[in-house]
Each structure stands twice: as structure tokens, then as C-alpha cells.
Design a protein. Structure first.
Length: 300
């Protein structure tokens, strides 16, 4: 029985609650496998990389787009990510490994962005395509960071966990989003390991071209279509228009018009989920990081 779960940025800041409430072990102490987690960047990180979602305050991306120095603010993001690590050392996070990951990933991103900046300055190519690529590179940093941290914490707490980095930083394959997801899961035995997946997926069609910052919901829905889990659940920040406790609910996924809680957070899901997703029955639920665990949010 496969469970697909999504952890949003606000809930990533409460990993202690996730470890405590998400039932990773049976009563006899055995690890519960056949689980896939799609993780978003820690709250506030994507705001630094792109722009503040609430205030519009520009981040690294806007420095790049306006031909300004983006190296210094990106170095500031590196510092911020390493500060975040400190809070998770008590949970077992390997600080040295996490810091190395961030340093390497940001250095690689800086190299890509420097090349894009040179091409953009030449005036020979469409600025729209270059800026979209830069936006995706930056967004992927936060998602990959969160995925690495969560995977490391799970491993250090006695679980076999595999980090599936869909950002494609180290491959040049021209995959569509669906193809990259299929390739990532092709040889993975989920009966022996917990899958931790980045909310951002690199694809030739450009996931942010249509959905921009709704990409993690798109990745979540496409993985659901690919894996056909028996149940899904998603943590959600208490920021939507309805009270957070109203989101701890169960629904049956059994028709093209999914009975899913209505909000801006699920708009990307509804737009992106292909019709085949309605062909199997799947228990779906949402729960906030501050929601007491109830039968709708428990792993069967």
C-alpha cells in the first residue's frame, strides 16, 4: 500500500512535529516504508531566491533580471540556509554534510547563472527564455536543499531514505516532466526505502512557464498519476482563507471532478492533473503542521 505525502514550506520548519506525528514506525519498532514525500523549500527561502510572495520584495532573481550583481545576494542565501541547519542538529542532521551540499549546489547555480547572464547580455537570444531558465535554477535550490535535509534527518533517525532530486542539476537529458519522474522512480524499491522528492521538477516544457510558484503542487499531482498511490495527504499552511483546522478532512478521489478542498493552493493540482488520475480510488487528506493527528491523516 503506497502513500504519497507532500510537506509544504511551513511544515518543513516543524520537522520535529513531522517526525513525531507522521508515524514512521510501527508499534513493534519497524520502519513503515512504501512512502513518498514531496517536499517544498523551507518557508521564506523561495522568497529570498525569487521574490517575497506577500510584499513583492525582490530576491536574487530580480537582481539577475535587471543586470545587477546577483552573486552577493546569492551568497546571502547560502548563509541563510546554513543558519537553518542549526535548528535541526538536535534531530540528527549532519551539519557538515548539509553545509557541503548547500555550498556545492549554490556554486553550481552561480556558474549556470553567470553563463546565462553572458548570453542575455549579448542580445542574440530571447530574454524571456533566459529569464525563465534563471528563475527555475534559483527555485530549484530551495527545493533540493529541503529534500537533502529531510532525507538526512530520516537516515540519521534509523530509516532508509533515498533523495530523488528532480531538479536535473547533474544530467543533461532532455526529459519532459513526466519522463523525468518516471526515470527517477524506475529502479527504486519503495518497499525498502522512503522516497524524498523535490517539489520542483526540471522538464523541457518548463514547469514554471505555466504554473510559476505552483510547481510543487504540479509535481505532487504528476507523481500521483505516475505511482497511483492508495492514499495521499498534504500538509498545508494555515494561511488560506478558511481556518487551518477545517483542512483536516478526508475525501474520495473517484471522478474527474475531484472533491478536493477548494483554495488557491489546489488550483495548480486541478489544472495539471490529467484525466487518468480519476481512474483509481485514492484516499486524500490535508493536514497542517499544527493539526492534531486524526484518522484522516494517519498512515493506514
Amino acid at each position: 500500500m503506497l502513500t504519497l505525502e507532500k510537506i509544504d514550506g511551513t511544515s518543513m520548519r516543524a520537522l520535529d512535529r513531522i517526525l513525531r506525528d507522521f508515524q514512521f514506525f510501527t508499534e513493534s519498532g519497524e520502519v513503515i516504508y512504501n512512502r513518498v514525500f514531496v517536499v517544498s523549500a523551507f518557508a521564506g527561502v523561495t522568497d529570498l531566491l525569487l521574490e517575497n510572495k506577500k510584499t513583492g520584495e525582490p530576491g536574487v532573481y530580480h537582481r539577475f533580471a535587471q543586470y545587477n550583481d546577483f552573486q552577493a545576494p546569492l551568497d546571502g542565501v547560502t548563509t541563510r540556509l546554513k543558519e537553518i541547519h542549526q535548528a535541526y542538529e538536535p534531530l540528527g542532521l549532519d551539519l557538515a554534510a548539509a553545509d557541503r551540499f548547500v555550498t556545492q549546489r549554490v556554486a553550481e547555480a552561480q556558474a549556470f547563472l553567470a553563463s546565462l547572464a553572458n548570453v542575455l547580455a549579448s542580445g542574440y537570444v530571447s530574454a524571456e527564455s533566459i529569464l525563465l531558465a534563471a528563475r527555475e535554477i534559483l527555485a530549484s535550490i530551495g527545493e533540493a536543499h529541503a529534500g537533502f535535509v529531510f532525507t538526512n534527518v530520516l537516515q540519521r533517525n534509523g530509516m532508509a531514505a533515498t533523495f530523488l532530486d528532480l531538479s536535473g542539476f547533474h544530467d543533461h537529458g532532455l526529459y519532459t516532466i513526466d519522463e523525468r519522474i518516471a526515470h527517477a522512480f524506475k529502479d527504486l524499491d519503495l518497499g525498502q526505502t522512503i522516497g524524498v522528492v523535490t517539489g520542483y521538477t526540471k522538464g523541457v516544457e518548463g514547469i514554471m512557464r505555466e504554473f510559476d510558484r505552483g510547481y510543487s503542487e504540479v509535481t505532487f499531482s504528476k507523481i500521483a498519476v505516475a505511482l497511483k498511490p492508495s492514499s495521499t495527504r498534504s500538509t498545508t499552511s494555515p494561511r488560506p482563507t478558511r481556518p487551518w483546522w477545517a483542512w483536516s478532512t478526508a475525501c474520495r478521489w473517484s471522478s474527474p471532478t475531484t472533491r478536493w478542498p477548494t483554495s488557491w493552493r489546489t488550483w495548480a493540482w486541478r489544472r495539471s492533473t490529467p484525466r487518468p488520475a480519476s481512474r483509481w480510488r485514492c484516499t486524500a487528506s490535508t493536514c497542517g503542521s499544527r493539526t492534531p493527528l486524526n484518522p484522516a491523516t494517519r498512515v493506514p
